[in-house]
Design a protein around this ligand. Structure first.
Ligand code: TRP
Ligand code: ZN
Length: 882
């Protein structure tokens, strides 16, 4: 493993390479422990580059075996080589030359899962961001693009499949026992999009005819006998291809598109050109083993990786600082796709919940960084929710500012102008300016400023002049390295709702731009006056969450109830319900801490129950409305001195109050939404299941017995209902015989399905209370737990640290010590995974003092540990400093 050098990469230091890479020709002779890699690279010196400049190639844990220049062995005096770098001097000034590098690598011992590794007997690669340099010496940066020819030689036995990017050229016998295949990818690409897969897998095949009439072969490779479980992924792929043509005019560009599902993978999936590699969790699904959430994730991630073909591959990033150029835009695109496939309002609610629970804490804590950072120590640590999800929000704001047509004109221009480029965020934004004439200079600050803006709003209504006044102020708290913040251009979708429920059309708006229902806040403080408003309106602001901000406004619960009951924007109804719920949850927490009785506003309860029982709303929306802010949401809202036990008790008390008042409604929902037909994963069916299940959750509070959930578990005909009822049993009645019986039944039934056993780990890792730590330790000894598999580690240790606030934040700090120990151990095998799980402690400073002290001690233990990877060192140091 590479340990930390302390080196920082700066955006300001960017400059193009001295050499242009013309062609790449790679030959692999695969062997589990000793794979030979031969790389022929044709370069020429860039026009205007220094004639004496050496060629510098990146490596990572490499040993050079031989080096040729134009087929002749290079004198050792002409180059310097270390495991991290190959420097070659005295190269031709004008003419192209060929470097041939040979080295040997060991895929089996590659536990980092970066570069070429083995998973379940299959060879596979992961090269983003800097994994290619673990395969061969190379200019491993995204602005070096070339066409690749790949030859793979491997034992026939065990490796009937030999796959790489692009189109298949041919193959056949190689020598005794070995065969070969050759692939050519005509689209110039950076090394991070390279992929190779070899092994013995089953396949599902289909085809897609593009808008210009070309037929594309589609293949999804999975472990043998799992082919039926890839059907939904294939369906999602075809819908993605069609949608990208219709919505963005983007057509696929090779004759074949392949997806390979592997069981050891650091992230969700990877968009390698023509050969996407997926965590099998995001490919495999059937009703018996996958939940509705699993189906939705598969649809989303299949779309995401496919969409990268244009936003990421055809147009890539100049450097890794521009990561949100491809990720923010591609997340925006996958969110739009899911909105079109499912319910737009429900999808928006889910996305905003996720943004607030993941990105807002990141942006408000020691790991805060701009969506386009300007320095990094380890790029792996910048695949963050800020780059991805805030990046998507910024793209969405551009769409809000420009309108649908303007936005499409901008993306059309972007695809036309930058096809084949390694581009920057500036290039991207310029396309929207040039296509529409709108100045986005101030808007650009969203990319380079960290922190969630706080918008404070106050209102006044004057009946005499029929004038409504809205005063807005924006501030952003300082973030690490950025104390001064410039005002942002914040587009706020806004409606003034009149008594009759209609949206007011003002005669005139002064104080700033208000167009097509969007208010443009551009100053630090700004006052808008709306004239011609005949009665006092209710203000509904940041509709659809048009900007990723925190809003502070004194709004009466009557006004919020009016929005919750009558807004035409469903998202805003949910937002108003959240605004009603949070003060109740916070007051309940304070009551618990001071030993007082919890009381809940009856008007809030009745609004919630009214929406729950209102058949005019789709069930999925009602389920979202009934899902109260999480314990983590309450902690974030309270901001400091948090006691997770008090929040847990308080939230349970609020749940119980709602449950008691709505018991008849919940019983009605539970029985009328019983599953009758065969399982279908579509959004409407999933919505019915989620409404019924949340009703069951409330009933567990009203009835206080595990019986109903135990019965639901026994009767479940699909994994959604089974896992949900098991979660009610384990969360609410962890010590009951019903819970332990159900866990045992589940284990026996799914023992040979690792992805389902991950649910078994997740459910148990999330059981609240001080018993959690002992449970985690004993589950680590379970025969189902495999410490080298990232999905297992995330399910058990990740869920404990991220998703069990009471169990993890024990007052004695023992769970932090446990995590520190685990992080140090995981880091030795897989630094990327270790660093990711460590970010679970990013909000440690907002804990009450005793816990915060324990957390600091555990972080300090990690910091003092010898031989840390750059990944973990970078995170732990920022967390202790920021
Ligand atoms: N680019 C991938 C995506 O967003 C994710 C990714 C980045 C990744 N680095 C990775 C996946 C490392 C696996 C391992 O879809
Ligand atoms: Zn992506």
């Amino acid at each position: 493993m590479r340990t930390d050098t302390g080196q920082i990469v700066q955006l300001a230091d960017y400059r193009p390479t001295d050499f242009v890479l013309e062609r790449v020709d790679l030959t692999f002779e695969l062997d589990p422990q000793n794979t030979k890699v031969e790389a022929r690279l044709i370069f020429h010196r860039r026009e205007g580059a220094d004639k004496a400049a050496p060629l510098i190639l990146d490596g990572d844990e490499l040993t050079l075996s031989s080096l040729l220049l134009d087929q002749i062995e290079m004198p050792t005096a002409q180059y310097d080589v270390t495991p991290e770098r190959l420097t070659i001097r005295d190269l031709p000034e004008e003419i192209p030359f060929e470097i041939c590098v040979t080295n040997y690598i060991n895929p089996e011992s590659n536990t980092q899962l970066m570069g070429l590794y083995r998973t379940n007997g299959v060879y596979c690669t992961q090269c983003e961001a800097e994994g290619f340099r673990r395969i061969t010496y190379f200019p491993d940066r995204p602005d070096v693009l070339a066409p690749y020819t790949i030859t793979i030689i491997a034992a026939k036995e065990g490796n009937p499949l030999l796959l790489s990017n692009g189109n298949f050229l041919g193959g056949g016998n190689y020598d005794e026992g070995r065969h070969f295949a050759a692939w050519f990818d005509p689209h110039p690409k950076p090394s991070y999009l390279f992929a190779l897969v070899a092994g013995d897998l089953g396949v599902v095949e289909d085809s897609f005819t593009t808008m210009s009439g070309r037929e594309v072969a589609l293949k999804i490779y999975v472990e043998h006998d799992k082919e039926p479980r890839a059907a939904y992924a294939m369906d999602a792929l075809k819908r993605s291809m069609k949608w990208d043509e219709e919505r963005f005019g983007r057509e696929y560009d090779l004759d074949i598109f392949m997806i390979v599902a592997v069981s050891d993978f650091n992230m969700g999936a990877m968009e390698n050109k023509g050969l996407n590699v997926f965590n099998d969790k995001y490919v495999l699904a059937d009703p018996e083993t996958a939940t509705d959430a699993d189906y939705a994730n598969i649809e989303r991630i299949i779309a995401h990786e496919y969409f990268h073909n244009w936003t990421g591959n055809r147009i890539t990033c100049r450097d890794w600082f521009q990561l949100c150029l491809k990720e923010g835009l591609t997340v925006y695109r996958d969110q739009e796709f899911s909105s079109d496939m499912r319910s737009r309002a429900v999808k928006r609610i889910a996305d905003v919940r996720h943004l607030k629970s993941e990105q807002f804490p990141e942006d408000g804590g020691p790991l805060a960084h701009p969506p386009r950072p300007d320095k990094y120590r380890e790029i792996n640590n910048f695949y963050t929710t800020t780059v991805y999800e805030k990046g998507a929000e910024i793209t969405g704001m551009i769409a809000t500012i420009l309108g649908e047509d303007g936005f499409r004109k901008g993306t059309d221009l972007y695809f036309e102008r930058h096809d084949g480029d390694a581009a920057t965020v500036e290039d991207f934004v310029k396309c929207f300016e040039d296509a529409t004439g709108r100045d986005l200079t101030q808007f650009f600050r969203w990319y380079i400023q960290a922190g969630t803006p706080l918008v404070s709003a106050s209102t006044a209504y004057d009946p005499a002049s029929a004038t409504f006044t809205l005063s807005l102020e924006q501030t952003v708290a300082p973030t690490p390295g950025q104390s001064r913040k410039e005002p942002l251009h914040i587009p706020l979708s806004t409606a003034l709702i009149l008594d009759n429920g209609q949206i007011a059309t003002p005669i005139k708006v002064e104080g700033g731009e208000f167009k097509d229902g969007v208010l443009h806040l551009t100053e630090r403080s700004q006052r808008f006056t709306f004239t011609g408003i005949s009665s006092r309106p209710v203000l509904s602001i940041n509709r659809s969450f048009s900007a990723p901000i925190n809003l502070h406004m004194e709004q009466s619960s009557d006004d919020l109830i009016q929005i919750a009951r009558h807004e035409t924007d469903l998202f805003s109804r949910w937002q108003a319900l959240t605004a009603l719920a949070l003060p109740n949850l916070i007051a309940a927490t304070q009551a618990v801490r001071s030993g007082n009785e919890v009381s809940v506003d009856p008007a809030f309860i009745s609004t919630l129950i009214e929406i729950a029982g209102n058949d005019e709303f789709e069930p999925a929306f009602r389920a979202q409305a009934l899902t109260l802010p999480s314990e983590a949401d309450v902690a974030r809202e309270m901001g400091k001195d948090n006691d997770p036990n008090a929040i847990h008790k308080a939230r349970n008390a609020v749940m119980r109050a709602v449950a008691k008042a709505g018991v008849e409604t919940f019983k009605g929902l539970f029985s009328s939404f019983e599953e009758k037909d065969d399982y279908s994963p579509d959004a409407a069916s999933a919505g019915r299941r989620s409404l019924r299940n949340i009703a069951m959750s409330y009933l567990s509070y009203a009835e206080e017995t595990p019986e109903r959930a135990a019965k639901a578990f026994a009767n479940a005909s699909n994994m959604t209902d089974m896992a949900y009822s098991l979660s009610v049993l384990t969360q609410r009645f962890p010590d009951s015989a019903e819970a332990s019986d159900a866990l045992a039944t589940f284990e026996t039934r799914f023992a040979d399905n690792a992805l389902v056993m991950d649910k078994w780990f997740t459910l148990q890792a999330a059981i609240p209370g001080d018993g959690a730590l002992a449970r985690i330790t004993s589950l680590m000894a379970s025969k189902h737990f495999i410490a080298t598999n990232p999905n297992r580690v995330r399910s058990l240790i990740g869920t404990f640290a991220f998703g069990n606030p009471t169990g993890f934040n024990r007052a004695d700090g023992k769970a932090y010590d446990f995590l520190a120990e685990q992080i140090i151990a995981i880091d030795k095998r897989n630094p990327q995974l270790a660093a990711r799980i460590l970010t679970s402690m990013r909000s440690w400073r907002s804990l009450e003092a005793v816990r915060a002290d324990h957390a600091r001690e555990a972080l300090t233990t990690i910091e003092r540990s010898a031989g840390l990877s750059t990944d973990v060192r970078d995170i732990v140091e920022r967390m202790l400093k920021g």
